[in-house]
Design a protein around this ligand. Structure first.
Ligand code: EPZ
Length: 417
């Protein structure tokens, strides 16, 4: 079990380069199963979830090699039944992203049902209803979902709730369906448009990705392609919040300001200086932080994946801020740990009320999920004394070399086991 030892308080200043987005690279890797050729993916982040997805693809017959420019994937085994076993799926829910491509390319797929996780139940009913709309037969038994279809047929389908991986699964199934598919109430996260860009480079005919209505004209086959994954807006946003929280000055390079608009607008309201640069975003904290409320919602709303990090920021803002989490039902597990560091937070259902400005003191804290871990690391940077963040394997799922990036920004953080 590895831990982060952080000495605070410490100001973050300097330059940090965003890595490729984990949540864009995961669907992009799954999409390679659709190709009748080799796909080259660049800027894939070297994080644990990516390694898990590559293991799953190899289990499904794909050939995965890593070169210095990125990953090369050649799917084989289209004759083999595609199965994503429990042992792999239980470590990463995003394994469900192989459902759509396997169904489209091989006519069948068997995937262990992803259980819930720390932040919520996270059902996949919308994924399955969408695949049924395209003509798939869906069976649930022994903790697995089995989908079959000799030939998927284009259809119109409206999501009951905007779902990121649900939209991605349906995109990857519809590209090889016969005829046209229209998806409505789609998720609009930037990672969706990035997946569509890859699929179109492979020969698909998708229009409207990134909006709530997407049209897909089915084609008979997809070829190889070369694609550079977009920057990770959540990783980048985490460092920008760290700059504001520690009264620092950080230049996030290789980042797309438009994808971070909801956070940048909020930081400006908090009284932080935010400016676009030629290849990124600069944040400078020049005075006291103002408490401002946040409500998380699907893109283009404030991202739920930055909620915990923003809450750490509000512990140092002047005044009272409320944070309302509308996307997941149990995403406040960082709160008790923040309170052990001295934060003054009350929870009423989906709303947390943060009374700032409370001095934080370093403590032993426990990470429970990926973004809660990031929140505790940020809090440790602002706290007086030593903070030890335990179970940082959660962090390693989605943050590439976090301690190295923080050290480069002047933080006193060490990884110990
Ligand atoms: C994606 O998860 C991300 N993961 C999550 O990031 C992110 O928090 C989430 O989108 C929301 O932005 C990846 O992209 C790999 P959803 P996903 O389906 O697709 C409900 C991180 O930290 N729902 O958009 O699983 C669901 O319960 C992770 O990197 C249904 O009811 O999220 C939730 O309340 C955490 N039925 C809401 O929709 C369904 O069939 C949004 O979930 C699907 C979803």
């Amino acid at each position: 079990m590895e831990r982060f030892h952080i000495e605070g308080p410490n100001r973050l200043s300097g330059e940090v380069r965003a890595s490729g987005a984990k949540n864009a690279a995961l669907p992009a890797l799954a999409a390679c199963l659709l190709a009748e050729g080799t796909v080259h993916l660049e800027r894939v982040p070297k994080v644990r979830d990516i390694r898990t997805m590559c293991r799953l693809l190899e289990h499904l017959g794909a050939e995965v090699t890593e070169s210095e420019t990125g990953f090369e994937l050649t799917p084989n085994g289209e004759g083999q039944p595609g199965e994503a076993p429990y042992e792999l799926v239980k470590t990463m829910r995003a394994s469900v992203l192989v459902l759509g491509p396997l169904l489209a390319r091989r006519g069948r797929a068997r995937v262990s049902l992803p259980g819930g996780c720390a932040i919520g139940v996270r059902p996949i009913d919308q994924h399955l209803a969408g695949l049924e709309a395209l003509g798939a037969e869906v069976e649930l038994e022994h903790g697995y979902v089995e989908v079959r279809a000799r030939q998927l047929v284009g259809a119109r389908f409206r999501f009951g709730v905007p779902t990121v991986t649900g939209t991605e699964n349906l995109l990857m199934a519809a590209v090889l369906a016969r005829g046209t598919t229209v998806l409505e109430n789609c998720a609009r996260e930037p990672e969706i448009a990035d997946l569509a860009a890859l699929l179109n480079a492979m020969g698909a005919r998708i229009s409207g990705a990134g909006e709530d209505r997407i049209e897909i004209e089915g084609v008979t086959s997809l070829g190889g392609a070369r694609h550079r994954v977009i920057a990770d807006r959540i990783e980048g946003g985490t460092y920008l919040i760290g700059a504001a929280l520690t009264g620092g000055h950080v230049h996030l390079r290789d980042a797309e300001a438009a994808d971070l608009a909801p956070l940048l607008e909020k930081l400006a309201e908090n009284g932080v200086e935010v400016s676009k640069t030629d290849d990124g975003i600069e944040v400078r904290c020049t005075g006291p932080l103002k408490a401002r409320d946040v409500i998380t919602s699907p893109h283009p709303g404030f991202p739920t994946d930055l909620q915990a990090q923003y809450m750490a920021l509000m512990t140092q803002a002047r005044g009272t801020a409320t944070v309302c989490e509308t996307v997941f039902e149990n995403r406040f597990q960082h709160v008790p740990e923040l309170m052990r560091m001295g934060a003054d937070i009350q929870i009423h259902g989906r709303v947390a009320k943060i009374q700032g400005q409370t001095p934080l003191s370093g403590a032993n804290v426990m990470a429970t999920d990926l973004r809660a871990s990031a929140c505790l690391v940020l809090a440790g940077l602002a706290a007086e004394g030593e903070t030890v963040v335990h179970r940082i394997y959660h962090l390693d799922r989605g943050y590439e070399g976090m301690e190295l990036k923080l050290q480069a920004l002047g933080a006193k953080v060490e990884r110990r086991s």
